[in-house]
Ligand binder design. Structure first.
Ligand code: GKR
Ligand code: MG
Length: 446
């Protein structure tokens, strides 16, 4: 008998975060996600995780009638029905309020759809006793997935009255460093050393767009000096002008493996056009999670040759979509990568399974998980070895058994702290009173 989905739960949750700085401001003490749990008539549970906030919670809840009562073998029909329903309701909602740094998440139905797709694939994998990776694309192509150390400048939490976590992990340098201020090139190198020591990463990404570009270039140069073999990237989220990006990165060929969103839309030129010019003039590979985020944008990016590394986050491409991007990259002389936001272990597994089905040469995947390490929602903690996660061929589904007590605690954290949609401008007010988001300026250039 093919199992039927008996119940779909949507659970908004929160976890603790550090005061990570980025072009949109400073991370608050909590990050939020929406977790979806489906239970089928065989007693299996399937799980999925997508970005947080009430908009996505409501969108997911509105899909429950289209999911419950359906056999898992009909997962593609279920996803088609949910996609049609979400697309129609998005059209009805009209304008979605103010343009913020993260508005993009709400403009796509995929961020909710991926939360339905993941538990369906997880259930199917459990029923068929195969990993989710083997249900994606042409199937599983690797068992070891490489991730990078995602480094951030860290603000001084003691300058705020917000309930940031501190002293939660004294087990090693990484545990101590990740909650303390890091605002200089030396501090970034220490972060990298600590992350490398705990997780074994070989690749590093610095989240830029915080200080003037020259200062951030000093930090990536210092990283390269300390780790000459490492692949390194810098991501100012498109806030530098094209001229500035060329000036800053023009001679970083031996330092950066690729430049991520070095510049963005400018005057009458789109971000894809400025990125194309940057790529042509500097010769650097270009990655993005900002201007090549769906198939229409992909077509424009390919025509212009502006992006050589599309960072196909399964949360905004769906898992199957992200693997389709990987297949296209493989066939079209591009290389695939993955973008991330703060997340729990379920999203980490979603990314790992996509990467395990991504053919060809791929870049180390982004993950914020190291900032959340210790807060997993599954019964066992993910374990990086030599910078990689394993996706064994005998794994079933996503390989996660949800821990109900942990899930409930993360939900309580969300409710008791009045959490909702991410707002990095709020914590930034403590550092720069009256601070406002400006897509064309680094956060601390005010
Ligand atoms: O977590 O602050 C952050 C990042 O800036 C995130 O919001 C970005 O979406 O990681 C992302 C990126 O690569 O641009
Ligand atoms: Mg980025």
């Amino acid at each position: 008998m093919v199992p039927v989905i008996e119940c779909m739960e949507v659970i908004p949750v929160a976890g603790y975060d550090s005061m990570l700085l980025n072009q949109a401001g400073a991370h608050g003490p909590f990050f939020t996600r929406n977790i979806v749990v489906m239970t089928d008539s065989s007693g299996f549970t399937g799980v999925g995780e997508v970005p947080g906030g009430e908009v996505i919670t409501r969108r997911l809840e509105s899909c429950i009638p289209l999911v419950e009562g359906q056999p898992i073998g009909r997962y593609k029909d279920i996803l088609l029905a949910c996609n049609d329903h979400l697309t129609a309701s998005l059209r009805d909602q009209g304008a979605l309020g103010a343009e913020t740094a993260h508005a993009q998440i709400f403009k796509k139905v995929t961020n909710a759809l991926a939360g339905i797709e993941a538990p369906l694939l997880d259930l199917l994998g459990k029923h068929l006793e195969v990993p989710v990776a083997s249900l994606l694309g042409d199937g599983q192509v690797r068992t070891s997935v490489r991730f990078l150390a995602y480094l951030f400048y860290i603000g001084d939490r003691t300058k705020t009255d917000l309930p940031y976590l501190a002293g939660d992990d004294d087990s090693d340098a990484w545990g101590r460093i990740r909650r303390e201020p890091a605002l200089t090139p030396d501090a970034i190198v220490r972060e990298a050393e600590a992350a490398r020591e705990r997780y074994g990463f070989h690749d590093f990404k610095l989240k830029g767009g915080v200080f003037p570009g020259e200062e951030e270039v000093k930090a990536v140069r210092a990283l390269k000096e300390r780790f000459p073999q490492a692949r390194i990237t810098l991501d100012p989220n498109g806030c530098w002008s094209l001229d500035e990006a060329i000036r800053l990165c023009g001679d970083l060929g031996g330092v950066l493996a690729y430049a991520e969103d070095p510049c963005g839309a400018e005057g009458v030129f789109s971000g894809r056009e400025t990125m194309a010019e940057f790529h042509r003039i500097t010769g650097l590979a270009t990655a993005t999670n900002m201007v090549d985020t769906d198939w229409r944008e992909m077509k424009a990016a390919i025509r212009l040759d502006s992006v050589t590394i599309p960072l196909a986050d399964p949360h905004f491409w769906t898992m199957q979509g992200a693997v389709r991007v990987a297949q296209l990259c493989h066939d079209m002389d591009l290389t695939w990568g993955v973008h991330s936001n703060n997340h729990f272990d379920i999203s980490l597994a979603m990314v790992a399974h996509c990467a395990a089905a991504a053919p060809g040469r791929v870049n180390a995947c982004d993950t914020h998980y190291i900032w959340q390490d210790g807060q997993h929602l599954g019964t066992t903690a993910p374990c990086f070895k030599d910078g990689c996660l394993e996706v064994p061929r005998d794994c079933v589904g996503l390989g996660i058994e949800i821990d109900r007590a942990k899930l409930e605690a993360a939900h309580r954290l969300y409710v008791e702290n009045g959490c909702g949609t991410r707002d990095d401008a709020a914590a930034m007010q403590f550092i720069v009173p009256g601070w406002r988001y400006d897509p064309k300026r680094p956060a601390l250039v005010r």
